[in-house]
Design a protein around this ligand. Structure first.
Ligand code: CP
Ligand code: NVA
Length: 312
């Protein structure tokens, strides 16, 4: 398996467990001493940029963050040439991109050259693996406090089956957590994702009615109805998802001590109400904090596994 993480199922189940363990270990090893990472952002970010930069520093490394238009990924020069240039200086290239294919192109350029550098997906149109790992860390911690076996926990994702939902589904499968997805018909998980989840031994129970979906839920998770890059569809999406708001009425249909999750940024009054987001049940800032632990875990695994020839 190549040493790039574009989505959760690029990790073996054993590596997934290691990532969680590295993230949760109280003292990070300085595996990035004398190493650096390039972090490229074609889209805005608060959590991912800060969590990843601070994680790299905690690991003894040096992050360099660059906005997409400063390097012009695939515009100023080809993805191939940019990647192999960055691989001259960095052990890791983390990228947040519009098109998931760009990450695959980066990974293939590195593999073709045999360079000792790894690509980490910091969010694409298809996946958000760093978030998926943070979510499982959060679910593990919260379940402990709830005296709940993680294998008995039910997560219900309400809303758009987007990048965050896809990586969450794969992460739940890796961690043996039951996942229910409540989405409008045209916004449900794709057949290809369901197959990947099944390959990991998991399932996704898909329903259209959010009230039915949250029955028995220990965790209710939601995300924006309009992801970055879909802004032109915002008004149509607002209509489609109108009945999928996570509000007090909806959460009253779940288990009594249900916890509320959101990757953030939240669109208050749209996919989630203030009352729910600000309630005692909300664990959204634990998720935000755990983005750093997730980055520590993922980077530690990648750097420890790194090999390859001298480059260039
Ligand atoms: N959850 C998340 O990825 O947040 P940012 O877009 O702020 O990085
Ligand atoms: N689905 C959202 C997640 C933001 C962290 C987006 O892609 O914009």
């Amino acid at each position: 398996m190549a040493n790039h993480i574009l989505d959760i199922d690029d990790l073996t189940p054993d590596d997934f467990d290691k990532v969680i363990a590295y993230g949760l270990s109280p003292k990070s090893e300085k595996v990035m001493a004398n190493k650096s990472a390039a972090l490229l952002f074609e889209k805005p970010s608060a959590r991912t940029r800060h969590a990843t930069e601070t994680a790299i520093v905690a690991l003894g490394g040096h992050p360099i963050t660059v906005k997409g238009d400063e390097v012009g990924i695939g515009k100023r020069e080809s993805v191939h040439d940019l990647t192999l240039t960055l691989a001259c200086y960095h052990a890791v290239i983390g990228a947040r991109v519009f098109d998931h294919g760009v990450l695959a192109e980066m990974a293939s350029a590195i593999d073709g050259a045999g360079a000792p550098c790894s690509v980490l997906n910091l969010l694409s149109d298809k996946a958000h693996p760093c978030q998926g790992v943070a979510d499982i860390i959060t679910i593990i911690q919260a379940s402990k406090e709830m005296n709940l076996e993680i294998s008995n926990a039910q997560v219900t994702y309400v809303g758009d089956s987007n990048n965050v939902a896809s990586s969450l589904a794969l992460a739940c499968a890796m961690a043996s957590v039951k996942l229910v997805v409540a989405s409008p018909v045209d916004f449900q998980p794709e057949a290809e994702l369901i197959k990947r989840v099944e390959r990991l031994g998991g399932t996704i129970e898909v329903v259209t009615d959010p009230n039915e979906g949250v029955e028995g839920a220990d965790f209710i998770y939601t995300d924006t109805w309009t992801s970055m890059g879909q802004e032109a569809e915002a008004s149509v999406r607002k209509e489609v998802f109108r009945n999928y708001q996570v509000n007090e009425l909806l959460i009253s249909k779940a288990k009594k001590d249900v916890k509320i999750m959101h990757c953030l940024p939240a669109h208050r009054g749209e996919e989630i109400t203030d009352a729910v987001l600000d309630s005692k049940s909300s664990i959204v800032f634990k998720q935000a904090y755990n983005r750093k632990l997730s980055a520590i875990g993922l980077l530690t695994l990648m750097v420890k596994k790194q090999g390859g020839q001298k480059w260039p």
